[in-house]
Design a protein around this ligand. Structure first.
Ligand code: C2E
Ligand code: CA
Ligand code: CA
Ligand code: CA
Length: 278
């Protein structure tokens, strides 16, 4: 291609303007969202593969946009990261999860781990103190929380990362490695970190059972988890075939549409009470 430079120029400049405008619009919109309480959390159950009991949930942020309806994180998290608003967003999520957990505790719910997604940018020396402060503000013990971090965080300044993780663990909070297998962690590295769970990324689950590579990778991750005595959970389980394959391969837990989509807090609570089965 490239035979029409003028057309190409117009195309790219329109694209750029549109993206810049989108970015600005979403940035100002996000500031508005904090002020007017437009952010909310959905909860997706994590389920034991053998008993089908709900073992926890992942908190996933949503934005109830005044004009555009319910927005998924893919539409605003990247912009929050680019603009630095992710710091404010993460603080909001941490506080909102603890507030919800406190309400559930008051309603008589036994402690259940609610997992938060933590970005590389937040994974700093101040994180353990921020989490401790949030727990004490809402009078909660650490067994209500789990942090999901990605592999890429294990790659730099190992000692610093281990010390942050150890402080988090000393609060009774567990850590799971999100999107496992999509990054570049060397396996010998893994055993040095105080991690509880490996989370098989949806991109691998999706290929089960037809893609032999995805099946092999999922089985290998389960094998690594067993060797290191970590728990292993598969994300994005949608079909019975995926479920059966993973269960037979020794996967401990699942998260996926086969059991439930992410749902509002009240629905999650109702689901826990009725002990919903697959
Ligand atoms: P993630 O951490 O990998 O979260 C799992 C995503 O997979 C969620 O998308 C969930 O709705 C989706 N999912 C789960 N099971 C299935 C399934 O069976 N089929 C399909 N098609 N999808 C499934 P969601 O809620 O759109 O979140 C996307 C990403 O946004 C998350 O990926 C996470 O990286 C980020 N995110 C969400 N909430 C937060 C947050 O509070 N803070 C930060 N920093 N990131 C967040
Ligand atoms: Ca996650
Ligand atoms: Ca994922
Ligand atoms: Ca992720």
């Amino acid at each position: 291609g490239g035979d029409n430079n003028e057309g190409g120029y117009v195309y790219y400049s329109e694209e750029m303007n549109r993206n810049t405008l989108d970015l600005l619009r979403i940035e100002t919109g996000l500031l508005h969202a904090f002020e007017y309480n437009e952010l909310l959390l959905y909860y997706q159950p994590k389920v034991d593969m053998n008993t089908l009991a709900i073992t926890g949930a992942e908190a996933l942020v949503r934005w109830q946009h005044p004009e555009r309806g319910l927005l998924l994180p893919g539409e605003f998290i990247p912009i929050a990261e680019e603009t630095g608003l992710i710091v404010q967003l993460s603080d909001w999520v941490l506080d909102a999860v603890c507030r919800q957990a406190r309400a559930w505790k008051e309603a008589g719910m036994a402690p259940i781990r609610i997992a938060l997604n933590v970005t590389a940018r937040e994974f700093t020396r101040s994180l353990p103190d921020r989490v401790r402060a949030a727990l004490s503000r809402h009078m909660l013990s650490g067994d209500w929380l789990e942090l999901e971090i990605t592999e890429s965080m294990l790659m730099h300044s190992t000692d610093r990362v281990i010390s942050i993780m150890e402080k988090i663990c000393s609060l009774g909070i567990t850590i799971s490695l999100d999107d496992f297998g999509t990054g570049y962690s060397s396996l010998s590295y893994l055993k040095r970190f105080p991690i509880n769970t490996l989370k098989i990324d949806r991109s691998f689950t999706m290929g089960i059972p037809d893609d032999t590579n995805d099946c092999a990778i999922a089985s290998a991750i389960i094998g690594i988890a067993k060797q290191l005595r970590h728990k292993v959970i598969a994300e994005g389980v949608e079909t019975e075939k995926q479920f059966n394959f993973l269960r037979e391969a020794g996967c401990n837990e699942l998260q996926g549409y086969i059991f439930s989509r992410p749902i509002p807090a009240v629905d999650f609570h109702a689901m826990l009470l009725e002990g919903r089965k697959l």
